[in-house]
Structures are given as C-alpha cells and as structure tokens.
Design a protein around this ligand. Structure first.
Ligand code: AMP
Length: 450
C-alpha cells in the first residue's frame, strides 16, 4: 500500500514528500478509513508506530479552511512533552495547509495561553487539566469541537485523569467523533470505552517486531498469590540464571504488595515502578535496573511502556494479562537484539481463559511446567482471591435498631428528584431558559405583566 491509495490531497502529499515518507505504517493504513468515516474508534498502537499521523492524516484531509475562532479538533494527551511532540508532528504535516494549531499545558503561564487561544485556532492539543481551566475561564469555547482525539488513554487513566476526562466530556458538544489511542488495554480503558463511547470500531495492529522465535516461553499453573510468591522466590534465588528479571503485575496495589513480600528477601536487588511513585523514583528505579545495580524490577504494564532495556534475562508474568496484546508487549522486553530471552507466566484457575486467549493469538501452546516439589503450596488467600460471602439472615448478628430505616411511604413527587451532578446541570441549562434572578433587569417587568 502507498499513500496514493489513501486519496489524500496535494498539500498533504507535498508535506509527506518533504518528510520523505512513502508508505503508510500499518496503523495509518488501518485507521484511515475508520477515522474518515466519522465513527468512534479505539486504536491499539504504541508510540513509534506512526499513530499521530494515523489520526491526523484523515482529519487534515477533511478539515475545511475556516476563519472561525473556536477550535474544531481537540487532541488530549497526558503529558506536556507529548503536547509539544504532537503539535510538532501536526505542523510538519500542515506545512502547505493554512491552519492554526496550538498546544497548551499546565505549569506555564495561563494568560499567555489565553491570548493565543483568543487569536483563533483550528486544532488544539492539550493536557486535560489545563484544557479544563481554559474552558472554565470562558476564553476557550469548545462548542465547535467536532473531533476529540484522546491519545495514550492508558497512561492518562493510570495517572488518575479519569475524573478530568469526564468533566471535559461534559462540556463538549454531544455530536462529535471520538477517537482514542491506547498502547495497552487495561480494565480502566475498557470501562471508559463502554461508559462513554458508542460502539467504537476497534483498530488493532498485530504486535510487530516481537521476535517470538528468540523467546522461550513457559508457564506454570499456580493456585494463588502466596504460592506465586513462593515459586517466584524459588526461581529467582538462582541469581546466575535469573540475572536481570522484569516482573509484570496487573495493577499498582499488586506491585506494592509483591514488592513488600520480596523486599524481605531481596532487599538490595529489588526496585519497582508504577504511576503512584514519583517521577524521580521511577527514573532512579529504571536506571538502577538498567545498569545492573538492581537485579529485579517489578512493573505495571502502563509504566513499563517505552522501557528499552537490554539483556533482560527473564520476563515473569506474575499474573496473566487479560488482554493478549499486553502479553506480547511484556515478553517483547526480552529476547532483544537476537539474544535468547525467556518468559514465564503464572496463572491461577481464574486466569486460564486469559492464557487460552494468548495461545490463540500466538497460534501456539506455551509449554506447561510442574511446580517444583520444594515450593510450598500455600492455602492462604489475599483479599481479591477470597470468595465474596454474602451474609443472609445471620441470626447471631444483631441489627442496629437506632439506624433510621427506609421511609414507609412513597416520597412526594417533588422530593423524588435526584442530584445527578454536573452533566445533568448542563442538560437542564440547555433545555430551559435562564432562571430569573434578582439581577435580571426584566424580572419585575415580566412579573407586572402577569
Ligand atoms: P508516532 O507513533 O506518531 O509517535 O510516530 C513515530 C515516528 O514515525 C514519528 O517521528 C513520525 O514522524 C514517523 N512516521 C510517521 N508516519 C510515518 C511513515 N508513514 N513513514 C515513516 N515514518 C513515519
């Protein structure tokens, strides 16, 4: 496939020529028609795959020249660095297009940005917090946004931006196209998609460049967390074989929990990264792991993004990732540069389905190993593993008779209203005229007329 097949226009072809790009990357080829169709889309692609152009090519192709001041395209990204990078990419592609692109982010003077906004823009690239502040200040009007792109959604949610995103959804026009990109699928991303997007089309490119043939994969069936810890300890006690071990866990709490357990035994050899750790702490951990000061690094999927570390001897999937793509990203951290890498996965009963999905994606079975006899099988369960017991009619449990029970009569109609929070307020405001207030000049006039 070449760019000619995408039916772009002369200004875009000229810009691509200047850049020396001749063929679309897989995500660009796959996403082009979906983004162009106006449907909601979720793209699974990592940085470096050409995803910025994957959404900007169709958007720029369809964006008409306009002199109106309010932006029509909004791109949200999690960090300032990304704002700068994305603006830069858009400008390269817009070299022969007369459009106005602006990047805004927190930590800098908001007044300068307000002035820039007031000059009129077509495409706005922003971090969520600063965007919201600008919108509240009313200098920035979002009523003309037709396309919302959220890039690196997984990082965005992992950094705790869910609330800010929802606030922003509330002030955007309802009729708009949503385009999201995420490198990894997490439960948070899945929840956001099902809560706020209309049957988005999924565009996922095969995880390329994972040299499966360089990685020897094995797996164990392990009943629970504590047995996983025992097996892991048994394995990594062999410091010669396991000389650079990257351990993946599903979420932050699990990372901390595992860190605590392993810290007792491997104190000086251990480090951890997840998004609740400070930037400095994370950078230090990565550096210590990279240069070999620490032999073991515990990481979550999202934070391990972009880790380019050589000579990882083993990737250990302390849990089995729910989304097969994440497994591919994880094991791709070993077996780099033609070196043989090893990956090991631990799966509980509950994780068997996920292992099945991974094997289907790779079209191969991962050899199953027996837990060595010396490893103690624990029966202790952590909170998440315990069955949820719902108590019913426990005769020994006394009711607290002082607690106010439910009302025994139906509420009056006027009391049945629920406080539905911010979004509801906006809907109501749209539907009804402004309420009369004391400051309303025509208030008395209207009353007199009645
Ligand atoms: P991204 O994944 O958007 O961060 O892009 C990664 C890099 O690939 C950027 O430096 C782009 O300029 C570059 N790039 C994007 N599309 C292409 C293409 N079709 N051919 C070659 N390089 C590209």
């Amino acid at each position: 496939m070449s760019f000619e097949d995408l039916n772009l226009n002369t200004p875009l072809y000229n810009a691509l020529d200047d850049l020396g790009f001749t063929t679309p990357t897989p995500i660009q080829a796959e996403a082009f028609n979906v983004v162009g169709s106006g449907k909601d889309m979720v793209g699974i692609a990592q940085t470096g795959t050409g995803k910025t152009f994957a959404y900007m090519l169709p958007i720029l192709k369809n964006l008409k020249y306009s002199t109106q001041e309010n932006p029509r395209v909004l791109v949200l990204v999690p960090t300032r660095e990304l704002v700068v990078q994305v603006v830069d990419e858009i400008e390269k592609l817009s070299k022969y297009i007369n459009n106005r692109v602006l990047g805004v982010y927190g930590g800098t003077n908001i007044n300068t940005q307000k002035q820039a906004v007031a000059e009129g823009i077509d495409i706005l690239v922003a971090t969520p917090g600063r965007l919201y502040d600008l919108a509240l200040s009313r200098v920035l009007q979002l009523k003309s946004i037709q396309k919302l792109v959220i890039d690196e959604v997984d990082v965005m949610l992992d950094l705790g931006f869910r609330h800010q995103l929802i606030n922003i959804f509330d002030i955007l026009p309802e009729r708009r196209q949503n385009i999201m990109f995420s490198a990894t699928m997490t439960q948070d991303v899945d929840a956001l998609i099902s809560d706020f997007f209309k049957n988005p089309e999924r565009v996922s490119i095969a995880v390329s460049g994972t040299p499966l043939e360089n990685i020897s994969q094995t797996r164990y069936n392990v009943p629970n967390f504590y047995t996983k810890v025992n097996l892991l300890t048994h394995l990594i006690n062999d410091t010669e074989t396991y000389n650079k071990v990257l351990i993946f866990v599903a979420y932050k709490r699990m990372a901390d929990r595992l860190f605590e357990k392993l810290d007792e035994l491997f104190h000086d050899e251990l480090c951890v990264i997840h998004s609740n750790k400070t930037q400095n702490y994370r950078l230090r951990s990565i550096e210590q792991f990279r240069n070999g000061d620490n032999r073991i690094l515990i990481a979550t999927d999202v934070m391990a993004r972009g880790l380019d570390i050589d000579n990882v001897s083993h990737v250990i999937n302390f849990d089995t990732p729910l989304y097969p793509e994440n497994y591919m990203h994880r094991i791709g951290r070993t077996g780099r540069a033609e070196r043989e890498g090893k990956s090991i996965a631990f799966s509980t009963e509950a994780e068997q389905e996920a292992i099945g999905d991974i094997e289907t994606l790779m079209n191969m079975k991962i050899p199953l190993l027996e837990i060595p006899a010396v490893v103690e099988i624990s029966t202790e369960l952590i909170e998440e593993e315990r069955p949820q017991i719902k108590e019913r009619n426990n005769p020994t449990k006394r009711k607290n008779e002082d607690v106010a029970g439910p009302a025994f009569h139906e509420k009056k109609a006027k009391n049945q209203k629920e406080n539905l929070g911010g979004s509801y307020k906006f809907k109501i405001a749209k539907k009804y005229k402004k309420p009369k207030t004391k400051g309303d000049k025509n208030y008395n006039k209207r009353n007199k007329r009645k």
